[in-house]
Every structure is written in C-alpha cells, then in structure tokens.
Design a protein around this ligand. Structure first.
Ligand SMILES: [Zn+2]
Ligand SMILES: [Zn+2]
Ligand SMILES: [Zn+2]
Length: 346
C-alpha cells in the first residue's frame, strides 16, 4: 500500500484515519486516485466537503461513516455508499452484542482487499458481466465461502479468541480476516481471469484438474488431512484439498506479497538479494509495483524482506511475520497468478 500524508500539513497518516492528529483536517479515502485526501467542511451543508488540494471537487463521506466503519469518499450527487460499501449485500444485525465491532473489523480488512483490486485495475463492480459484481455477506454463524460472486464471511472470525482457536484446530501457521477475504476473492477471479479468459488448460497444467467433485474433496481433506508431500507442492496444507482451493490460496498469497512489498517500498525500504536497505528519500520507488514489476523482480525482493521482517518480529518476541516456505511448484503457480492478472483481456 502507498504511504499517505495529510495534504494540509504533510503529517504521515494511515489508510484508516478520519482526521489528521496534527492539524485536525478531516481525512478520507478517495478511490479514484487511491489516496487519502484532506477535507475542508462546507459552510452551508455539514455533509459536504471540498478537497483541500482541489477545491473545485465536492465530496461526501460514505453513508457507513455514520457507524464508524468507513472513511471512503463519494462524489457529491453520487451514491450514498462508497465503491467498497456498495458491494455489501448483508451486514451483521447491529442490535446484537459485538456485531458493530465485528463489522468494523471486517470492513477494515475488506477495504484493503478493494484497495488492491483498484490498484491492479481488476474489475469488481460490473453488474452486467457474466460474473456480476463482487458481493459480500457479513453474517453470524454462516459457512465462510464463495458462491457465484458472493463472498460470505462468518463474523465470528472477527473474534480474536475464536479465530485463534480455529487456527490451532486446523493447524494453520496464520489466520486473518484479510487472508480470508483475499482467499475468497480468488474464487471470484478464477471465473473472471481463468474460466472467462480461456486459460483453463494452462491452469490445469499447474494446479491440476478442478472437475473432481468439490464438496467431497473438501470433506476428504477435513477427514483424512492433507497428503504428506503437500509442503513440496503448495503454499499451504489447505491448498492441497482441491485445485480451486490451491488457486485461491495461491491468489491470496500473491496479494499478500504485492501489497506488503508495495508498503515496504513506499516506506523507504528496499529489499535486495543481499538483504534489506533503507532509503533516505521518500517516496523511494518510481514505478508502480501493482502494474509494472516482473514476477521475478517481485520474488527477488520478497525473500530478503520476509527474512528481515521475521528477524524484527523475533526481536520483539512476536510470532514470525511470514511463517511460510514456498516450494518451487508453488512459485510457478504464483507466477501464473501474476500473468493471469497482468495479461487479462481488457
Ligand atoms: Zn494535517
Ligand atoms: Zn463505505
Ligand atoms: Zn476457498
């Protein structure tokens, strides 16, 4: 993710901020430019703002800002909801205890996913496409999964204790809301970038055949466990359950890589084969990692960055930042995700 600064005073700010702690200007995320912008209140209408750096532009906060779950902006006269919240089909029942906080956590993770989709220039809003728009259901006690463009997430996953319990039960090295959302979005983009783009044969050569019955493959995975050789072929144990899950796990991993590298480099870190160097000038890089980088160059930066980050985390007594070892065949699959995104038909 890019590094953001208040347009009014230059103070560094986060993607989630709604006000600058230094100068007090209201802040919001501007999806069209994928940046945080500073805002000046309209004297006549308290729901409207002008953009500090572009005073002719009038903006509003997304209607969900009312609940403290969104800081994205919409143009005056546009939809009530921002481009990310417009994708919600179901939100949790806010009269239930804990639902608002869970929804907030979900939105925070979802915004990071949608941010990446915007940076890649991937389609997710087109109601007329065969796949329809990417859609989210945030509900209590549902099966987390993807069906026909709709991602359903059990909001219990937002409960840190419950999430850790499940992580241990399934023997996962890591479990997060953003990881879930990135994984489920992979199923949506399989339809868009593989099936609809005529890449199924290429997909099968790397990931195997996706036609064996999906539900029985998943049940088999949970009853018998993964094959012993999964670490030599996949990014995770779950990826061995079915070719679609292998794709979704690999997709999520690729999104983790690109966004984390983008954040590192925007913060002035330059991962190199020899290790991690810190730049003095910010912003450090001159290219867009989401669009212009080759896969080999990404991998070359990724390894030294993860080694350095694991070392930092261990110094602080935390779990590893990156608890994965990627075998050669999984690197090939990651490279395929890279090509599928960058070579998609326009
Ligand atoms: Zn400021
Ligand atoms: Zn919103
Ligand atoms: Zn899945």
């Amino acid at each position: 993710m890019k590094n953001f600064a208040c347009e009014a005073c230059g103070n560094k700010v986060y993607f989630e901020n709604v006000a600058c702690v230094k100068c007090g200007h209201a802040l919001g995320f501007h999806p069209e430019t994928q940046s945080i912008v500073s805002l000046v209140a309209n004297a006549h209408d308290s729901s409207l703002y002008r953009r500090f750096s572009s005073p002719g532009e009038t903006l509003r906060y997304c209607a969900n800002a009312f609940y403290g779950v969104c800081n994205w902006l919409t143009p005056e006269g546009g939809h009530d909801m921002c481009r990310a919240c417009s994708l919600n089909r179901t939100i949790p029942n806010l009269s239930e205890f804990g639902s608002l906080q869970a929804w907030r956590d979900m939105e925070r993770a979802k915004k990071r996913l949608v941010y990446s989709l915007l940076r890649f220039g991937l389609p997710f809003e087109d109601a007329l496409s065969p796949q329809g728009p990417l859609t989210f259901n945030f509900v209590r006690s549902a099966m987390t999964g993807h069906l026909d463009g709709v991602i359903t997430i059990d909001i219990m996953e937002a409960d840190a204790v419950e999430r850790e319990r499940q992580r241990q039960q399934f023997g996962e090295p890591y479990r997060s809301l953003l990881g879930h959302l990135r994984h489920e979005s992979g199923h949506y983009y399989w339809n868009v970038l593989i099936h609809a783009a005529g890449r199924v044969d290429e997909f099968r050569a790397l990931f195997g055949d996706e036609r064996p019955d999906y539900s029985s493959a998943i049940s088999q995975h949970y009853s018998a466990g993964p094959p012993g050789d999964w670490p030599y072929r996949h990014v995770s144990a779950y990826a061995s359950a079915h070719a679609w899950e292998d794709w979704a796990e690999t997709w999520a991993h690729y999104l983790h890589m690109v966004d984390t590298l983008d954040t590192a480099e925007a913060s002035g870190m330059e991962p190199r084969t020899a290790g991690l160097a810190f730049g003095t000038a910010w912003p450090f890089k001159t290219y867009d990692i989401y669009r212009e980088e080759t896969f080999d160059a990404l991998m070359e930066r990724w390894i030294p960055l993860t080694l350095a980050m694991n070392g930092l985390n261990r110094s602080m007594g935390h779990e590893d930042f990156y608890p994965f070892v990627i075998p050669g065949p999984a690197v090939e699959k990651l490279a395929f995700v890279h090509r599928a995104i960058r070579e998609r038909p326009s």
